[in-house]
Design a binder for this molecule. Sequence first.
Ligand code: ADP
Length: 560
Amino acid sequence: MKDNHYHLLGRKILASMLVVPAVPFVLLLIIGSYYFITTAQNTTMAKMARIVEDHRQIVDSFLSERESDLQFAADSYDILELIKPETMSQVFENLQKKSAAFTDFGVFNQTGVHVAYHGPYALAGKNYADAPWFRQVLKDGLYISDVFLGYRNIPHFIIAVVKKTGDRTWILRATIDTSIFKNVVEKIRVGKTGEAYILNMEGRFQTQRRSGGDLMSKDPTLETMPPVNLAVESTVRKDAQGETFLYAATWLKNKDWLLVARQEKAEAFKDLNRIAYLVILVILVGGLMIVSLALYVSRRLVGEMEHIDTEKEELGRQLIVAGRLAEIGEMSAGFAHEINNPLQIIRSEQTLIETILEDMKERGDVPPSEDLAQIHDSLDQIKFQVDRAGGITQGILKFARKKESSIREIDLKVFVPEIITLVKRKANVEGIHVAVEIDEGTPLITGDASQLEQVVVNLLNNAIYAIVERHGPSGGELVVSAAPVTDGEVVLSVQDNGGGISPEDMEKIFTPFFTTKPVGKGTGLGLSICYGIVGKMGGHMEVKSETGRGTTFFIRLPKV
Ligand code: ADP
């Protein structure tokens, strides 16, 4: 029942100790990780977007540079001069100097006939009048194609510009090697999985993707193309293999191509994950610390409470014993008083018998005889025993009487022997030798004699108890001494050769209710009361003890 109570109490304390730090801890964790993850995610996405934007400029300027190269060639020559094979070769050489991506160079008239060509294929003479690129360039003055295979059956794309001479229009066309263009596009290096590629309007690969994706096939990840504008669109998507990627894509300025950069999310967030693991570790360690601390503290608290409760119970029990003892004390004072009266009567009867006997002897009524001597002996014995009993009852009465506190001068040379008589008989019965050593120069002290008597009697009783415990009925030594000490103090000491006090008990003996005696034999109040009384008299109590050798209590009191 009681165990259950403490168990429940422990559980309640533990629960509150866990809940109180757990609530802010969890809240902090949720809010913190939410903001941390979103910020980290946004930062990573923004980084991807920035990379794509920078990269668009590189790809765009590659295209516009190639276009300007071609336009420069168109503007630098008269058309009749240009289409001469040696000029064509010279122009191509110059183009190649600008960029190795140029693989051939051709000139067309406005009817679509390939009038001059410099390159690895025999394309001169072919007619392109119906080719969509041809119509487009006539219309717009500039054309950049998607990647296609064409007659040559290798991937390439073309750039075409217009040259006007009078009322005639000429078209200059150059082929761009995709392998070189690919290098420009793929320059992006973000981590291990970061890559960049280009898609046309239909979502077909214009450059090969490092992680797979055939040229001109459709990118399965981007089912819908983002709207054509220069904004960078960042998204998180799963590709066909189920891998999640961070995407950033933007349209080029010079061509309706979409530049895409992507990186595996796992890799992009690797640092984030590392921090997350660290946070989890901190949470685990922190949580473990909180739990173990809560467990420790709650157990300790409950333990202390249990201890305090038991101590309280013990104190209550001892208080009852003390109360009972006080009652007995009062009752014994009453008994002593009651017994004293008959003793007085017996004593006066005995004196009367003695007087009568003396009278009869004087009158010669009783001649001296053996019997008379015996009667005298008996009367002496009665007198002795009655005096003895009277002494005991007087002692009890004197001790029990609650006198008003009266401070007066006390002469220890008289006071100590008086007290000794109170315990002498008891000491004799226990076979204890009592020695009194009062220094002749012991000065008077001031104090309450009856209270001091209570103190010394208590010390003597404790000493007798300790001696009997150790020696039984013989071998006890009790020394009561008094002597002046230098600084205006007198020391009164009670020394015994009992069992002594253990060092751990030594700290507790002046504590109320501390006792090592069995129930009914001690209340544990004696020394604490003595300590209080001596303190009130302006004195001080000290004790020296050695287990197995004995104990000496010192009462230091101020002299008059
Ligand atoms: P009580 O005598 O009722 O136990 P006290 O306050 O007088 O209470 O003493 C407290 C305890 O101090 C005793 O129980 C005992 O263990 C110890 N003690 C006191 N005097 C002596 C002594 N002379 N020798 C050994 N132990 C002593």
